[in-house]
Ligand binder design. Structure first.
Ligand code: 5AD
Ligand code: SF4
Length: 444
C-alpha cells in the first residue's frame, strides 16, 4: 500500500441503507489496513456515498466533490471517489463534470470496492476508474463485523421492483434482490453477542421480503429474530402499504419484540395522485390499515413520507393529503417537494400535465410542516410525567453530560448520565416534550 494514502474519509448522503453501506465499506477498508477518519481534513482519500432521490442531494454531492478535487493542486496524491446512487445513475458521465475524479462505483458493487481501491491505488495515476454494476449483489459483505453498537441497521434487501412513477431507486439500485435468510440471522446473532439490543431491518419494501433459498416470508424472518437471545427490540423500514397483509398484522400482534412504531410512506392522500404515482393503494386502504394498527396498539407511533407538488396536483388533491395527514395524525414525517428525476415516468409528463410551480410547492410544504408540528407535539406531550424505557445510544451533543436513546415508540429521549450507560436500558421519567424529542431524568 502507498504509505501516504491511508486515511479515508467517507461522507454519506441519503437514506439509512446508504449509511449502512458506508459502515460496511469502512469495515472492509479497515480490514485492509486503511484508517477511517471522521474529519475530512485528516484524510488523503475522500469517498462520497451519494443519493439520487432528489436533485438537491445530487447537486450538493457534485459541489462537494468539486471542492475536494481542488486539493489535488496542492497534493497530487489526493484521491476522490463518487460511490452509490449517483455513480449508478450517471456512471462515466460524471467525468465530464469532474474529469479528475478517481473512482466511480454503483451500490451493487459494494462488496468489491475495498479490493478495487487497493488495486487502483497501486497504479501511478488513479484517475477515471469506473466499476460497473456487478449484477447480483453480494450480500456476504454485510456479514463482516461492524464496530459494536446497541442499535444496528440490517439490510435484508437491495433494489426495488416497484414502478412508482417519480422514483429513481429501481434504476440506481436495480431490481429487488433479497438477502438469504440464513445470512440475516447469522449477522443478527453475531451482533447480539457483541452487545446489539435493537435491530432495524432495512429494505426498499421490507414487507415484500422473500428468502431466495427457502421462500420464507417477512413474518417468518420477524419470528426467527424474536427468538434470538439478546435482541430486545425489532424495527423495520419501510413497509409498503400495498403489501401490508393480514399475516403481517397478526405478526405485529403476536411478536412482542416488534416496536409499536411504524414508518408507512403514503406519499399522498389523493386517490387521483396515488394512481398517477402507481402506488397501488387508496386513501381508504390507508385509513383501514391505520384503524387495524391502532386496534392492536392504541398508542402506536405512525410516521410517513409525503411528496407535495407532484405534476398535476391540484388544490383539491393537496387538501386530500392534508385531511388524511390530520385524520391519521402522523407523529413524524418527511415532507418532500417533488423533484423530477431524469428517465422516471413522471419526468416526461411535463408537457401533458401542468407542473406545480415552486411557490405553490413551498406553500403546501409549509402547511404540512406546521400541521406536523402540531401532531408531533401533541403525540409527544402524552409521555410527559410517564416513565419510559430507553435504550441508550450515545452522546446527545448538548453539553457534556447529555445522553440520548429511544423509547419503544421511537422517540428520542435526552437525559443526564454517563458514557457507561451506552448499550443499557434505562428508566427515564419524562419532564418535557417538544415536536422532535423528549427530555427527562433517570430513575435510579
Ligand atoms: N421527488 C421528491 N421526493 C421523492 N421521493 C422519492 N422520489 C422523489 C422525487 N422524485 C421521496 C419519497 C420516498 C422518499 C425516500 O423520498 O417520499 O418515500
Ligand atoms: Fe421508490 Fe416506490 Fe421503490 Fe420506494 S417503493 S423506492 S418510492 S419505487
Amino acid at each position: 500500500m502507498n504509505a501516504s494514502l491511508q486515511c479515508i474519509w467517507i461522507k454519506t448522503y441519503g437514506c439509512q441503507m446508504n449509511q449502512r453501506d458506508s459502515d460496511t465499506l469502512a469495515a472492509g477498508l479497515r480490514a485492509k489496513g486503511y484508517t477511517i477518519v471522521s474529519n475530512e481534513n485528516d484524510a488523503d482519500i475522500a469517498l462520497l456515498n451519494t443519493c439520487s432521490v432528489r436533485a438537491l442531494a445530487e447537486s450538493k454531492a457534485i459541489g462537494k466533490a468539486g471542492r475536494l478535487l481542488k486539493k489535488k493542486k496542492k497534493n497530487p496524491n489526493y484521491r476522490v471517489g463518487i460511490l452509490g446512487c449517483m455513480a449508478a445513475r450517471l456512471g462515466k458521465q460524471l467525468l465530464q463534470t469532474l474529469p479528475e475524479l478517481d473512482w466511480i462505483a454503483p451500490p451493487q458493487a459494494l462488496a468489491k470496492i475495498p479490493d478495487w481501491i487497493q488495486e487502483t491505488l497501486q497504479k501511478p495515476s488513479c484517475c477515471g476508474n469506473v466499476l460497473s454494476d456487478a449484477g447480483n449483489f453480494d450480500f456476504r459483505c454485510y456479514e463482516q463485523a461492524l464496530l459494536p453498537s446497541p442499535v444496528l441497521s440490517i439490510p435484508i434487501q437491495q433494489g426495488c421492483s416497484m414502478k412508482c412513477s417519480y422514483c429513481i431507486v429501481p434504476k440506481t439500485r436495480g431490481p429487488q434482490q433479497n438477502r438469504p435468510f440464513a445470512s440475516i440471522i447469522q449477522e443478527i446473532q453475531q451482533a447480539a453477542l457483541q452487545g446489539t439490543r435493537e435491530v432495524i431491518l432495512l429494505g426498499q419494501i421490507v414487507n415484500a421480503y422473500r428468502d431466495p433459498e427457502q421462500g420464507k416470508s417477512f413474518v417468518d424472518l420477524l419470528t426467527a429474530i424474536q427468538n434470538i437471545e439478546g435482541i430486545e427490540r425489532i424495527r423495520f423500514v419501510s413497509p409498503h402499504p400495498a403489501y401490508f397483509t393480514d399475516e403481517l398484522l397478526q405478526g405485529l400482534g403476536r411478536l412482542p419484540k416488534i416496536c409499536p412504531a411504524l414508518h408507512l410512506p403514503i406519499q399522498s392522500g389523493s386517490n387521483r395522485m396515488l394512481q398517477a404515482m402507481h402506488r397501488g393503494y387508496t386513501r381508504e386502504k390507508i385509513l383501514q390499515l391505520v384503524r387495524a394498527l391502532r386496534t392492536l396498539h392504541p398508542l402506536i407511533s405512525l410516521s410517513t413520507d409525503i411528496i407535495v407538488g407532484y405534476p398535476g396536483e391540484t388544490e383539491e388533491d393537496f387538501e386530500q393529503t392534508y385531511d388524511l395527514f390530520q385524520t391519521v395524525a402522523f407523529d413524524m414525517a418527511y415532507i418532500f417537494k417533488y423533484s423530477p428525476r431524469p428517465t422516471t415516468p413522471s419526468a416526461s409528463l411535463k408537457d401533458a400535465v401542468p407542473t406545480v410551480d415552486t411557490r405553490t410547492q413551498e406553500a403546501r410544504n409549509q402547511r404540512l410542516l406546521s400541521l406536523l408540528n402540531e401532531t408531533s407535539t401533541r403525540y409527544n406531550q402524552q409521555f410527559v410525567h410517564t416513565k419510559q424505557t430507553v435504550l441508550v445510544e450515545g452522546s446527545a451533543h448538548r453539553g457534556e453530560q447529555k445522553w440520548f436513546g429511544r423509547n419503544l415508540y421511537n422517540k428520542k429521549v435526552i437525559f443526564e448520565g454517563t458514557p457507561s450507560l451506552i448499550g443499557s436500558f434505562q428508566t427515564i421519567r419524562i419532564t418535557k416534550a417538544t415536536a422532535s424529542a423528549l427530555e427527562g431524568t433517570r430513575e435510579s
